[in-house]
Design a binder for this molecule. Structure first.
Ligand code: FE
Length: 328
């Protein structure tokens, strides 16, 4: 550190709580980034975040039992801080694993006295400026953390060979939003938000910065599913069944893509054969609910949809915060 820099220190009576907060930080930054291996921002990615939060919550239980005060949103705050760091900032343990060096745990448990191994890790090497002395092992294969289920279960394929194809080192600029990689479980009825008689919606994205949203719509039986006017465009891709609008002659079937221009008013119905539909809709903006005469009776936007989804997930036992992973 340059001699021109000045260090400041804050005194606190809450040392225990601060120490446990740091431990949460280390557990996420050290363990998960080393497993990936990846830079600090890895813990904020959609594929790892549920696991990181679960890990922190487990540590918080112990910390609270020890008397530390740890607020519920501490994991989110720590993850957000990591997400805002430079994308090339790696923890020391991740650097050691990436470089094939011994872990601190290995050197610490290697013995004592005459049999004790020197602490060859990134900290020691950088201080000694003696990288040639680092004890090296074969370079480890990356562990696939890319597939993390909503239940925080990590799916690791230890037999996956290291690919000769290399990813680019900097995927996202610092200002970019977090990606979403969602393995939607359409078989889990709790994920489907009731939208009326025999109509359900499975949300995939709430874009609160642009006022749009993407969801699967599932419906069955005859009758009007929804009647509304779209000030913004809509796209639809049909996965199953058959559907259409009373105002149009065409029928969308599996594989049919539809673009609905801004200004369109229509009445969505399921066609009687086969009597059900499963469609991926992308609403580029709010829509206005209308009656049979086309008169306005209400509206829906990304925020009303978000609120309804949050309420449903809460009542369904998934927790109101389950929807947060879909918000950008
Ligand atoms: Fe519509």
């Amino acid at each position: 550190m340059s001699k021109s820099k000045t260090l400041t220190a804050d005194l606190s009576d809450e040392f225990l709580s601060i120490a446990w907060s740091k431990l949460l930080h280390n557990a996420a930054g050290g363990a998960v980034c080393a497993l990936a291996p990846g830079e600090n921002g890895v813990i904020g990615k959609a594929c790892t975040r549920p696991f990181v939060v679960a890990l922190m919550q487990e540590i918080m239980v112990v910390g609270r039992a020890e008397g530390a005060y740890l607020c519920d949103d501490l994991p989110d705050a720590i993850i957000a801080r990591h997400a805002n760091e430079r994308c090339d900032h790696w923890t020391c343990i991740a650097v050691d694993r990436r470089g094939g060096r011994l872990m601190e745990l290995e050197t610490r448990n290697a013995g004592s006295g005459a049999h004790r191994m020197p602490v060859w890790n990134s900290h020691a090497a950088e201080r000694r400026d003696d990288r040639s002395a680092i004890g090296r092992r074969p370079r480890p294969r990356p562990i696939a953390l890319a597939h993390v289920l909503c239940s925080s279960e990590i799916v690791i394929d230890p037999e996956r060979p290291e690919s000769p194809m290399k990813p680019v080192p900097h995927v996202l600029p610092a200002e970019a939003l977090e990606e979403i990689v969602l393995d939607a479980d359409i078989e889990d009825e709790r994920a489907w938000v009731p939208r009326g008689d025999n109509v359900w919606s499975l949300p995939l994205l709430f874009n609160v910065s642009q006022g749009s949203w993407i969801n699967l719509t599932r419906a069955k039986g005859e009758g009007v599913i929804s009647r509304h006017r779209h000030p913004a465009a809509v796209t639809a891709f049909t996965l199953e069944g058959a559907w259409g609008y009373l105002e149009h002659e065409w029928t969308a079937k599996a594989g049919t893509f539809v673009f609905e221009p801004p200004g369109e008013t229509h009445t969505l119905v399921v066609r009687p054969n086969p009597g059900h539909m499963l469609v991926l809709f992308h609403n580029f903006g709010p829509f206005i609910k209308v009656d049979e005469a086309g008169e306005t009776v209400g509206y829906e936007d990304v925020f009303t949809r978000l609120e309804a989804t949050r309420a449903h997930y809460d009542s369904a036992g998934l927790g109101a915060d389950f929807v947060s992973r879909l918000v950008r």
